[in-house]
Design a protein around this ligand. Structure first.
Ligand code: RM4
Ligand code: MN
Ligand code: MN
Length: 434
């Protein structure tokens, strides 16, 4: 029970002990899949290598238990601060082998940059894009964002929001980040509340000032979102607005696609294709959704859509589209699961979609498209999607020193119970996003 010795999932010996009994079956499944793929003219090793190289950033806010507008039900051993969050992220990476970076949210994760950098180094982590927050008022903040930030009618509020973003860049520089993700909640709840053109113009003016403060080797990632918290009109509501912003700012301003930020039924893979065409696809916030910005686990609702998005990325690489290196980040809210388990399985679902997309016979697909053989074209995609690539994913993890069965190893460890002892449950019934 409680006096059982602590088993740390970071421990490579523990991971390899857990891997040992699973190796034989994996070997056999991998060989079988290799033979099946060879009959389709595909070599398995390059796919395994590509999967092993795939990385996705963990959002610092994703390791805490999330909630809805109605309630939040805290889980045991939740991280108390950014250092605890980093520790959880290191567990996710040790077991999945796919998540060596963390995307911070400021000021939620405010801490001494040197201490952050040092702790991340000890844990073998690096920092991905930093996210600025001008959608909430912080304690002691001079001016309120109730009616907007970068687009506020009062120039003093815009000034404060611009300064916060520049501050985020400066902190990010100390952490080794190379991008600032800009998402604002600005918009209107009522027709007439806001001058639609004026608000967009104010956004462009503010964003240009942030862009001007960007170091040479940095990118500005513009994240759009259709609605919430503004329910009538959001200033940067769609990829069209996002693209206009990117094109007017400069070549280092790129569009970020959060999978949950579109109208229902929108064809996201087509947006991806258009942004690739425009040379402005900067990155993703991966998650899944049924209705809106649900922030559910990647691949949990519509894995085919996820596959079709990766299909566009692999296709672009196949066509040798230059300078396409979208940042991969998760952006999810885990309300009823252990966030560590959800993030591990989400990273794996992304690798799965990527591996499946790598199996598409692109020459055959192009030929079917050219000849208008609709059925065979559709099947070329389905054939790749329905291939069970699980052995490839597990093999890539094993070769990288991670776990064949990451969630099994996590559950066999005492990590969460140890955390529960050290990190008391935060009291109260606070609701809202984390
Ligand atoms: C927004 C958006 C941003 C994230 C915040 C917490 O809906 O997805 O990326 O930073 O939520
Ligand atoms: Mn997002
Ligand atoms: Mn969101």
């Amino acid at each position: 029970m409680n006096d059982a010795p602590a088993v740390n999932p970071h421990d490579p010996n523990f991971i390899s002990r857990c891997n040992a009994p699973l190796r034989g079956a994996l070997e056999a499944d991998y060989e079988t899949l290799a033979r099946q793929l060879l009959r389709r003219g595909l070599k398995i090793e390059p796919v395994t290598r590509a999967v092993a190289e795939f990385q996705v950033a963990i959002p610092s806010w994703g390791v805490g238990t999330g909630g809805t507008r109605f309630a939040r039900f805290p889980g045991p051993g939740e991280p108390r601060d950014v250092f605890d969050k980093l520790e959880d992220c290191a567990v996710i990476h040790a077991l999945s082998g796919a998540t060596p970076t963390v995307s911070l949210h400021l000021p939620w994760d405010q801490a001494e940059p040197r201490a952050l950098r040092e702790r991340a180094r000890e844990l073998g982590l690096k920092f991905a894009a930093v996210n600025s927050n001008t959608f909430q008022d912080q304690r002691g903040q001079a001016l309120s964002y109730k009616f907007g930030s970068l687009t506020h009618t009062d120039p003093a509020v815009r000034e404060q929001a611009v300064a916060h973003n520049i501050g985020c860049i400066r902190i990010g520089e100390e952490l080794g980040s190379k991008a600032l993700t800009l998402w604002i909640a600005d918009g209107a709840n009522f027709p007439g509340q806001q001058h639609l053109a004026g608000a967009f113009e104010r956004y462009l003016e503010s964003a240009a000032r942030i862009y001007a403060a960007l170091p040479e080797d940095w990118q500005l990632l513009i994240e759009h979102k259709m609605y919430e918290p503004a329910f009538y009109a959001t200033v940067i509501q769609d990829w069209g607005s996002s693209l206009m912003v990117a094109q007017s700012l400069g070549t280092r301003a790129l569009c970020l696609v959060d999978l949950g930020h579109h109208a229902p039924h929108v064809n996201i893979e087509m947006i991806v294709a258009r942004l690739i065409h425009a040379g402005r696809l900067g990155g993703f916030h991966f998650n899944d959704s049924k209705y809106g910005d649900d922030d559910l686990d990647a691949g949990s609702i519509d894995p085919y859509r996820l596959f079709l998005i990766f299909n566009e990325l692999v296709d672009a690489a196949w066509r040798r589209v230059s300078a396409l290196q979208p940042a991969h980040m998760l952006d999810q809210s885990h309300n009823v699961t252990d966030p560590i388990e959800s993030l591990i399985s989400s990273a794996i679902e992304l690798q799965r979609a990527y591996a499946q997309a790598l199996l598409v016979d692109r020459a055959q697909l192009a030929d079917c498209q050219q000849r208008n053989d609709v059925l065979m074209a559709a099947q070329a995609l389905k054939h790749a999607f329905t291939t069970d690539v699980t052995p490839i994913l597990a093999r890539a993890r094993l070769e990288g020193g991670a776990a064949i069965d990451p969630i099994g190893v996590y559950r066999a460890s005492t990590y969460r119970t140890e955390c529960a002892k050290l990190r008391p449950v935060s009291a109260g019934t606070r609701s809202g996003i984390v």
